[in-house]
Design a protein around this ligand. Structure first.
Ligand code: KIV
Ligand code: ZN
Length: 385
């Protein structure tokens, strides 16, 4: 089956989320969990950005053995030197160099002509290749770049020795169809494209990062860059857990494998949330608190009869324990009885009817009914265990 590499950038782009700051020990703990999760590449940081980041990348590179460890560098020698200092002890030294290629970035941020940008990219990749066998080159703001210019610069960096070409949607502007088409165009028009891996890197400003990543994969991308819980700059990056689970559940439609150990997803998500202090929205796909919480009576009755009536992902798939049905004002008699019986109560039909009426009254006053509420209610209704 076709293999899609998962490049995890939780510790680099994810750490670029406002308010997140991980120390070395925390970064190592997350990196070890990412290794257990089975990601192909861990982007452990940006070694030139601070001595602390260099130290963290160095320690992760000497600890992690089953995933490739990389670090980010601008296309400047001092950044690549810092990356080599951090990564020379890695099993398979890999560096990720980037340079912006869109007209707006070249003119206003870099203040360089397109020719100067091509020159700088070639020099940086050649320099990186003196140390690193694996060199990923990223066209920052690639999606908003001129396509012919992209072809030109990508061909040059491939000749200079790049082994992976990443074309990010840095500002989350792409639609799935457009982003997919861009990958198809590059695969078909770049000389030397068959010698390298293509990579997708999507931001979620318009809420399309996961869909865009999958569209890129369908059109020739071999690698997807993403973060746990989708943390990252502004609205974040494509969420690793959503991509991995979507590709697994819809394997009929996407016949690919990622190598992700799905059972480690919940644990990884919780660890990243705890150490970054970044809370997970309750309705977040796959890992949100409500991702498997059935509230309405009709849905609850359905899942009690057959789980797959309303559940396309089993919580066990991602390493989550059994999720009890929610007891609230939309809950039906079936869920109420199910919980009471699981708690050990014996209910005749008559007692069930009476207790259920009281439960509904209580549910109108309270958002969620706890087991303690149920004990009080059932005791008042003289229902015994
Ligand atoms: O979003 C982006 O363009 C990046 C690059 C550094 C790859 O994070
Ligand atoms: Zn990014």
């Amino acid at each position: 089956m076709r293999k899609i590499d998962i490049f995890d950038t939780t510790l680099r782009d994810g750490e670029q989320s406002a308010g997140i700051n991980l120390n070395t020990a925390e970064k190592i703990e997350i990196a070890r969990q990412l290794e257990r999760l089975g990601v192909t590449i861990i982007e452990a940081g940006f070694p030139a950005s601070s001595p602390g980041d260099l130290d963290a990348v160095q320690k992760i590179a000497s600890t992690v053995k089953n995933s490739i460890v990389t670090g980010l560098a601008r296309c400047v020698q001092s950044d690549i030197d810092a990356a080599w200092e951090a990564l020379k002890g890695a099993e398979q030294p890999h560096v990720h160099v980037f340079l912006a290629t869109s007209p707006i970035h070249m003119e206003y941020k870099l203040k360089k002509s397109p020719d100067q940008v091509v020159e700088q990219a070639i020099e940086a990749v050649k320099y990186a290749k003196k140390f690193f066998p694996l060199v990923e080159w990223s066209a920052e703001d690639g999606f908003r770049s001129d396509r012919d210019f992209l072809v030109r610069i990508i061909e040059q960096v491939i000749q200079a020795g790049a082994t992976t070409i990443n074309v990010p949607d840095t500002v989350g502007y792409a639609s799935p169809q457009e982003y997919g088409e861009l990958f198809r165009f590059l695969r078909e028009n770049v000389r030397g494209a068959d010698r390298v891996k293509f990579s997708a890197h999507c931001h979620d400003d318009l809420g399309m990062a996961v869909a865009n990543s999958i569209a890129a994969m369908e059109n020739g991308a071999d690698q997807i860059e993403c973060t746990i819980n989708g943390i990252g700059e502004r609205a974040g990056n494509a969420a690793l857990e959503e991509i991995a689970v979507a590709l697994h559940i819809r394997n009929d439609f996407y016949p690919v494998e990622t190598g992700i150990n799905l059972k480690e997803i919940k644990r990884t998500s919780q660890l990243v949330s705890r150490l970054t202090g970044s809370l997970i929205q309750p309705n977040k796909a796959v890992v949100g608190k409500n991702a498997f919480a059935h509230e309405s009576g009709i849905h609850q009755d359905g899942v009690l009869k057959h789980k797959e009536t309303y559940e396309i992902i089993s919580p066990a798939l991602i390493g989550e324990g059994e999720v009890p049905l929610v007891l609230g004002k939309h809950s039906g008699r079936a869920a109420f009885r199910d919980r009471a019986v699981k708690m050990g109560y014996e209910l005749s039909d008559e007692k069930l009817n009476k207790a259920f009426q009281e439960f509904k009254k209580l549910a109108d006053r309270k958002k969620e009914i706890t087991e303690d509420d149920l004990i009080t209610l059932l005791t008042e209704q003289q229902v015994s265990i």
